[in-house]
Design a protein around this ligand. Structure first.
Ligand code: PLP
Length: 288
């Protein structure tokens, strides 16, 4: 059965799924996106993704007429017709197509596209045993990265640097030495039993997995400090971690080739992992 995509109200074969050449998402990155995990055929943390999308739409003055309920129905229908048990739902909402002009079109007609693809979450469970390495790069992004826009060129280049170095992720470091987040993940360190992650601000993406981990850690009486920390602090940390929709919890054992702590996944990661997978199972019934 061919894979289906959703394009502006229609389910179409993925290979024929197209948008206009003058779509503002293409020309200006004038668009927002979400990536939501499909686990056991269900959408994980869907309300959180929807809330972040709505916040972004409001900030960009994109008036999208579809209700939350209708968006949920379409997303779930696309998941069902493609028959993926474990995968990723990609949703992108653009200001629509119009004759190219920087200012907003007089009567914008936003475009909504969605695709799904298979994704192996079990590999992330296996990677927990060894941990992953990251490299650091300068954070070259614009100043509103709290909005999940498709303006991801700096993230793309950062991830490519990581790949070239054989690392899993690139961590983005601000000019003042503050470690902000990864190219597509949020960053964490552990020091003296406390979890640290960058506070919500305009300079990081409010990750759904980040928010889930904060709640789970606090629920387990592991203290969490949402405060900026430097690359130097990260290098001297007891443990480091990253989180995202596609990597709900991964220990980071090396930064720029330097071992963190013992250079192996640490005890706080080991405590958090079953909580993270437990919450996923509670929501979706998914088990590794
Ligand atoms: N930070 C950035 C820059 C991202 O692009 C992402 C996800 O794509 C994340 C963090 C993690 O966000 P989430 O947990 O919602 O997947």
């Amino acid at each position: 059965m061919p894979q289906l995509a959703y394009v502006d109200g229609r389910m179409v074969p993925l290979r024929n799924a197209m948008i206009h050449v003058e779509d503002r998402g293409l020309q200006f990155a004038d668009s927002l996106y979400e990536v939501c995990a499909i686990m056991n055929g269900r959408l994980l943390d869907w309300p959180g993704h929807l809330a972040r999308l709505r916040r972004g739409l409001a900030a960009l003055f994109i008036d999208f007429p579809m209700s939350d309920a209708a968006l949920g129905i379409v997303a779930r229908r696309l998941v069902a017709v493609n028959g993926h048990s474990d995968g990723l739902l990609y949703l992108q909402l653009t200001r629509g197509s119009a004759r190219r002009d920087h200012g907003f079109p007089a009567a914008p007609s936003p475009s909504l596209i969605m695709t799904v693809r298979r994704f192996d979450f079990a590999q992330r469970v296996r990677q927990q045993a060894t941990g992953v390495s990251v490299v650091t790069v300068n954070d070259m992004r614009w100043r509103r990265v709290d909005l999940k826009t498709t303006g991801l060129l700096a993230n793309v280049l950062a991830k490519q640097d990581a790949r070239a170095a054989g690392a899993f992720e690139a961590w983005l470091v601000a000019e003042d030495g503050t470690l902000r987040e990864g190219s597509s993940t949020n960053a964490w360190i552990v020091k003296d039993g406390r979890l640290l992650t960058h506070p919500l601000s305009e300079s990081i993406l409010p990750g759904i997995a980040r928010s889930a981990l904060i709640d789970l850690a606090r629920g387990a009486k592991i203290p969490v400090d949402e405060r900026p920390f430097s690359l130097a602090e990260a290098l001297a940390a007891d443990e480091a971690l990253l989180t995202s929709t596609t990597a709900p919890l991964l220990p980071v054992v090396r930064i720029d080739g330097q071992a963190i702590g013992t250079g192996t996944p640490g005890p706080i990661a080991a405590r958090l992992a079953p909580l993270v997978w437990g919450e996923i199972e509670r929501q979706t019934g998914w088990r590794a």
